[in-house]
Design a protein around this ligand. Structure first.
Ligand code: HMG
Ligand code: MG
Length: 305
């Protein structure tokens, strides 16, 4: 199959990247990160999540961050909303501050569903159902994240049938696009392709994203394996920030810089300015006082001197 000629990247760094950060990241820094990402040409940014501040304290300033970003026309801002309480909070502000897209997040593994959102897979779908309906009624796009599509930190290997089942449930309640997420980065290309194939039984190729954590260094290979199937949406995290609080030892998503560099080298358009993106990554790495997790950023910064 011919590779896609363009790719859409959702930078999930401000949310997936920062949610697990132990030190408090002030709202202004988060806002500064979102604004630098949009300057670099990102057209989709996952900004924050409306989850319990007891579970994920770093995202407690969700409303301040959403209200503080100077928005750019043409950029889609998304947030995580696991239940009606989260959705109502996300649309409580003036419409100008609403997210363009919400994300409901389920898992292909029962144990992960319990640890992450405190309910079974079936219960999670029942919680998402009114969220999806309310969002679509208000014209807010609905994306679904499917965690642990190849492996689970508690259950081990996850069969493609589980992914197919979850994708079917997401489709049934009206989720418009799904992310195939390797939460703990254990996937290898053929396993990821099987998870994609399972998802394709319910969603078209244009409605599927790859979301690959890079814990085992497989994320670029998994991105390429997905591109070869025609997938052209990917979630990535600037500077490779991140890790999930309910997946011990899991590291961040593949770095946006590394994916953009790979795609540019393959002649695939992303609309992203790599130099400006590296500046955005440097901004947050400087704040966190650690080197970027992006190999490309480190190489290019070394050349800048
Ligand atoms: P629960 O305890 O089952 O909910 O949590 P509850 O309805 O029983 O409510 C209990 C308390 O939580 C109450 O407060 C509620 O007000 C509050 P209390 O009366 O005890 O003071 N509460 C909320 N507060 C704020 N916003 C809300 C909300 N809902 C209830 N929306 C819940 C269920 C899902 C809320 C909880 O388990 C939670 O917040 N979990 C955190 C999940 C999370 O953020 N995980 C990380 C993101 S997912 C991810 O990273 C994976 C992804 O990247 C894909 C991949 O890589 O796999 C997307
Ligand atoms: Mg993730």
């Amino acid at each position: 199959m011919a590779l896609p000629s363009r790719v859409t990247i959702v930078d999930v760094g401000p949310r997936d990247g920062l949610q697990n950060e132990k030190q408090t990241v002030p709202s202004d820094i988060k806002i500064g990160l979102v604004e630098r990402l949009q300057e670099a040409g990102l057209r989709e940014i996952e900004v924050t999540s409306y989850v319990s501040p007891k579970w994920v304290p770093q995202m407690a300033d969700n409303a301040q961050v959403m209200a503080g970003v100077r928005r750019r026309p043409g950029v889609r801002y998304s947030v995580l909303t696991p239940n009606m309480q989260g959705f109502e909070a996300a649309v409580a502000l003036d419409r100008a501050f609403w997210p363009d897209e919400i994300v409901v997040f389920g898992a292909a593994s029962e144990a992960f569903s319990q640890r992450n959102i405190n309910c079974s897979i079936a219960q999670s779908i029942e919680r998402f159902r009114p969220v999806v309906a309310a969002a679509r009624d208000k014209g807010v796009f609905v994306r679904g994240a499917m965690s642990c599509v190849v492996g689970c930190p508690y259950e081990g290997e996850v069969a493609p049938e589980r992914v197919e089942m979850l994708a079917g449930m997401m489709k049934d309640i009206g989720v418009q696009h799904v992310g195939v997420a390797d939460t703990i980065g254990v996937g290898t290309p053929s396993k990821v392709q099987r998870a994609m194939e399972a998802t394709l039984r319910h969603y078209a190729i244009d409605e599927i994203s790859g979301h690959f954590h890079d814990t085992y260094g497989q994320a670029l290979a998994n991105t390429l394996a997905s591109l070869e199937m025609g997938v052209w949406h990917f979630d990535t995290s600037v500077a490779g920030l991140g890790g999930c609080p309910y997946a011990k030892g899991a590291t961040g998503n593949v770095a946006t810089e590394d994916v953009v560099y790979m795609l540019q080298g393959m002649g695939i358009d992303t609309g992203i300015d790599l130099d400006a993106l590296i500046d955005a990554g440097q901004y947050i790495s400087d704040f966190l006082q650690r080197p970027s997790g992006s190999r490309v950023a480190r190489a290019m910064l070394a050349k800048r001197g």
